[in-house]
Design a protein around this ligand. Structure first.
Ligand SMILES: Nc1ncnc2c1ncn2[C@@H]1O[C@H](COP(=O)(O)OP(=O)(O)OP(=O)(O)O)[C@@H](O)[C@H]1O
Ligand SMILES: [Mg+2]
Length: 618
């Protein structure tokens, strides 16, 4: 695939920022709006006081020319008439002291409030991303999701966590300068307005292009990260096929694309900066000439001229700094935009946001009371019945159907087997039972109940529905953490009970509470396939759900371990509803009934012996 195509698959943002990002920022800052307002006020006052020193010096200078006729003096405001030099020094000390104190308080309060706001954005993004439809995870490489949570979030946090206060100080400086120059003499205001307008025009001429290439840069980061994580995961396969070269070649290509984008951004920013610098230089010369005339004609005093000229000189650098910071600010805003894109994505049908969510986006949510009520178990019965009614199922609207008009019932407490050739739809049937993908047509019920998939719909809560099922999937899923954490997340069961269960499934090597603390690597990489299956089996046993599903649960263990497992399940799952999927026919012998799936359709359903006999004849 071409590099550009890979980059293009990431979400594109064009033109203006999505309107929702301002809403997202508001949500994030709203709980701290008073602190925010208060700190902004302090920040502005602080900068105003510090810069006002220049005006005090201006008046001080003008007091010296009271007796001189050669230079036009500004009439000093009455209350300054009797001021001595020491008084001016005192005023300046107070202005500076208070100014610094206010600025410091502003920075601390604002940075803390912003850091909290940004981490709230992160939490809110996580709440939603974890509830996205399965199709999102099928179609989005992990690296691309990781980029949002690392690089994009990093850009946001880097700025909002501190430097944003710096940026705002510059904005306050610019505002203060305009006010203070106007106070010194309003005649300079046209010059200030001209500086502002010219800078703004240059900025506007560059803005869209700069924003576009920065977005391009953000989007071009994820393919190389995605490729890198994929390569790290498949390292052993890549080595065994000696394909390192083509993988590193692809990484190099993606990375050099990112570097090119980076260079383009740097080049354009430098060009922009150069334009701004030249503009400031020209404007300074013009202001100097204007000041000269004003002084000649006696329209301005020396002191006020000092104030204005000082500020206009300073404004050149300040404005430039402003635009340089603006560049970083834009980068952070693009990060917010990319997180906001996840914050506003639709969730899986039936998924509800938890009560602790703070951003009031349109997705479905629960309040604290509902959270308790809805999450009650479906039933307190030991076993529940299952019903499939004319189910048509596929993995996406543009995919072929993998279950076609499947109907059957499993009685509470029944041991129900499923057989069928590879690809016949056995695992898909479990995905549909869990409502992991939308069911196109038909209905699936547990204990006669279906999950409520939208607020208008009727039914039980999707999570409560899923909690009725414990499931050993075809690929054993383990997580980085201790053995105990992998066996039981809630942490309520006793060590003894867990160790007993491990013993039951044949994992006798772990027999003491210390053994429960052993570390399990990401995806259980430090365990054999069989060990992983046995741990998953133990986890399933500990859950004690009314419906138990085992998809090829014993395929990787030796016959003796399988025997132990079968015995353990017979004992543990006695009286519960069991669905067992297996290729080894011997595993299914003890089932009450068996469903034979062929190409997504029911080929046969009935007594275990009959179905197995017919199946083995084909
Ligand atoms: N996530 C997915 N997205 C798209 N298609 C899928 C997905 N998972 C499975 N399929 C397709 O669904 C069909 C049925 O697959 P399924 O995994 O249900 O088969 P199976 O009977 O469990 O096979 P096996 O015995 O090999 O485990 C296959 O043709 C497969 O290509
Ligand atoms: Mg399967």
């Amino acid at each position: 695939m071409k590099t550009q195509e890979l980059v293009n698959q990431d979400t594109r943002f064009t033109g203006k920022y999505a309107s929702t990002i301002f809403q997202t920022l508001w949500f994030a800052y709203r709980p701290r709006r008073w602190i925010l307002g208060f700190s902004l006020l302090m920040g502005l006052s602080g900068r105003l006081l510090i810069l006002a020193n220049a005006n005090v010096i201006g008046i001080w200078v003008d007091t010296f020319c009271r007796s001189s006729e050669s230079v036009r003096c500004r009439p000093i405001p009455g209350y300054f008439a009797a001021f001595q030099s020491s008084d001016f020094v005192q005023i300046m000390s107070i202005l500076t002291g208070v100014g610094f104190l206010l600025t410091f308080t502003f920075r601390v309060l604002f940075s803390v409030a912003s850091a909290k706001a940004v981490s709230q954005i992160y939490d809110e993004t996580t709440f939603r991303t974890s509830r996205f439809p399965m199709s999102f995870f099928d179609n989005t490489p992990t690296g691309r999701i990781v980029t949002r949570f690392s690089s994009d979030y990093g850009n946001v946090f880097r700025l909002f966590g501190g430097p944003l206060a710096e940026f705002l100080s510059i904005v306050f400086d610019m505002f203060s300068m305009v006010v203070l120059i106007a106070l010194a003499s309003p005649l300079y205001l046209p010059a200030i307005v001209l500086v502002g307008i010219c800078n703004f025009i240059v900025y506007r001429l560059n803005r869209d292009h700069l924003r576009a290439i920065r977005r391009e840069l953000s989007a071009s980061r994820s393919p190389s990260i995605a490729h890198f994580s994929e390569t790290a995961q498949g390292a052993s396969t890549i080595r065994s096929f000696s394909r390192q070269k083509s993988f590193s070649e692809r990484f190099r290509r993606l990375d050099s694309h990112f570097l090119q984008q980076k260079k383009r951004v740097v080049k354009n920013i430098s060009l922009f900066s150069f334009q701004m610098n030249s503009l400031t230089a020209v404007l300074l010369v013009l202001t100097g000439i204007m000041a000269f005339f004003l002084l000649q004609r006696g329209l301005a005093s020396v002191g006020s001229l000092g104030v204005a000229f000082g500020f206009i000189t300073l404004s050149g650098t300040t404005v430039q700094m402003f635009f340089e910071w603006l560049a970083q600010f834009e980068e952070a805003m693009i990060g917010v935009e990319r997180l906001d894109n996840y914050i506003h994505k639709p969730l899986e049908p039936g998924a509800r946001l938890p009560a602790e969510v703070k951003f009031m986006t349109p997705q479905w949510r629960m309040n604290a009371q509902e959270e308790v009520e809805l999450r009650r178990p479906l039933s307190d019965k030991k076993a529940l019945g299952i019903e499939f009614k004319d189910v048509w199922f596929r993995y996406g609207p543009d995919q072929p159907f993998v279950l076609k008009d499947v109907s059957f019932q499993v009685q509470p407490g029944e041991r129900f087997g499923i057989i069928g050739r590879t690809g016949s739809g056995k695992s898909s049937l479990i995905q549909s039972l869990l409502y992991l993908y939308p069911i196109d047509k038909g209905l699936i019920l547990i204990d006669g109940k279906k999950p409520q998939l939208s607020p208008q719909d009727k039914g039980v809560d999707l999570e409560a529905y899923r909690q009725a099922i414990s499931f050993i999937s075809q690929e054993s899923i383990l997580f980085k953490g201790t053995l105990r954490e992998n066996l039981e997340i809630s942490g309520t069961l006793s060590d003894e009970k867990i160790l007993q269960t491990l013993h039951k499934v044949g994992l006798e090597e772990w027999s003491t509470p210390q053994d429960l603390q052993i570390r399990i690597d990401e995806k259980g990489k430090n365990l054999s396939l069989g060990e992983k299956q046995l741990i998953c089996m133990a986890r399933c046993l500990l859950q004690q759900s009314p419906v138990v599903i085992m998809d090829e649960a014993t395929s990787s263990v030796d016959p003796r371990s399988e025997e132990i497992m079968v015995k353990a399940t017979n004992e543990f799952f006695e009286g519960r509803t069991q669905i067992i999927i297996a290729h080894r026919l011997s595993t299914l012998q003890n089932c009450d009934r068996i469903l034979w799936l062929q190409d997504g359709q029911t080929k046969m359903i009935g007594n275990a012996r009959e179905v197995l006999k017919r199946f083995s004849e084909t």
